[in-house]
Write a protein that binds this ligand. Structure first.
Ligand code: COA
Length: 289
């Protein structure tokens, strides 16, 4: 027998154990969330990141709540699949909350990266299908969140990018790894080095998304696929998740390298300059220090 997907509570990522405290506070299901909207219809659990005034940026509370919502998907039998999206018309998620980067020490940056990587690892390894309904900007942590889902459907308005370099830093939630896997090293490096965004059609050509649809058809397109999968044998689906992720596991060390490199960025003057420049709405002046 192939090894099955382990239950959420006892799960550990391939390279590092999950600290027990990370998810223990979320033992009670049907959580009221402050930064997420959730709903369950036809077995599909919709998780909407709900900070539209901040382009749904992922602050630490959002990340904790995403972790708890993912735990609901693992633990609640009536949930058969999950759909992740962003509130409002402009953004899926425009990245980690840059305001929280201002005073981030390197050790805090390592912890932030590892926590985020772990949450997204649980999405990637969830035995129930996760789709990202990318309705707008999917930048930085938003692109990383979308890439951790089993597949992505984009609206024509979606824009993808890993613009961390504009802040003097690099992706920290697995973006260097998953973008390379999905789009190949050439495009991944170009996007991460230039900080440029690509539109939905280019993302489709690059293999970053599976399908592009009109904005008004996005939810229905995702629901159609999830309902189709829900009609299949759940045990076969969970085997597919573990097999496909086993095929990707050879590069697991890369995530650790990324977390260390992400933290190193926070030792630099350039990162301070990049973060301050964004918050002060001006162009950064990088000095290579
Ligand atoms: N973190 C924190 N706040 C963010 C944010 C982020 N990642 N992305 C957007 N916001 C905030 C803006 O600061 C602004 O807040 P304010 O109204 O209090 O000033 C608000 O969301 C709206 O964003 P704004 O930049 O005015 O909208 P826009 O339509 O002109 O541009 C983006 C949209 C997404 C292109 C732009 O906001 C952006 O580049 N965001 C940062 C993307 C990024 O670097 N992500 C990686 C982070 S590691």
């Amino acid at each position: 027998m192939l090894p099955d997907v382990v239950p959420y509570a006892s799960m550990s990522s391939p390279t590092r154990p999950v600290p027990a405290r990370t998810f223990q506070i979320f033992q009670i299901f049907h959580m009221p969330y402050q930064t997420l909207l959730t709903s369950l219809q036809d077995g599909i659990f919709t998780i909407t990141v709900n900070r539209p005034d901040k382009m749904n940026a992922l602050n630490q509370l959002v990340m904790e709540e995403i972790g708890a919502a993912v735990q609901e998907v693992y633990g609640r039998e009536e949930i058969k699949s999950a759909l992740v999206t962003g509130a409002g018309e402009k953004a899926f998620v425009a990245g980690a909350d840059i305001a929280e980067f201002r005073e981030l020490s390197p050790s805090e940056a390592t912890a932030l990266s590892e926590r985020g990587q772990r949450t997204l690892w649980h999405i990637e390894n969830c035995p129930k299908p996760f789709v990202a309904a990318v309705n707008g900007y999917a930048l930085g942590g938003g692109c990383e969140l979308a890439m951790a889902c089993h597949f992505r459907i984009a609206s024509e308005a979606a824009r993808f990018g890993q613009p961390e370099v504009n802040l003097g830093i690099i992706p920290g939630y697995g973006g260097t790894q998953r973008l390379t896997r999905l789009a190949g090293p050439g495009l991944a490096l170009q996007l991460m080095m230039t900080g440029e965004m690509i539109g939905a059609q280019e993302a489709l050509r690059a293999g970053l998304v599976n399908q592009v649809v009109a904005p008004e058809d996005l939810t229905e397109a995702c629901r159609r696929i999830l309902l189709k999968i829900q009609a299949k044998a759940p045990l076969a689906i969970r085997k597919l998740v573990s097999c496909v992720n086993a095929a990707l596991r050879t590069g697991e060390e890369g995530f650790h390298t990324e977390a260390l490199a992400f933290a190193d960025c926070f030792r630099t003057e350039d990162a301070q300059e990049g973060v301050s420049a964004f918050l002060e709405k001006r162009k950064p002046e990088f000095k290579g220090k």
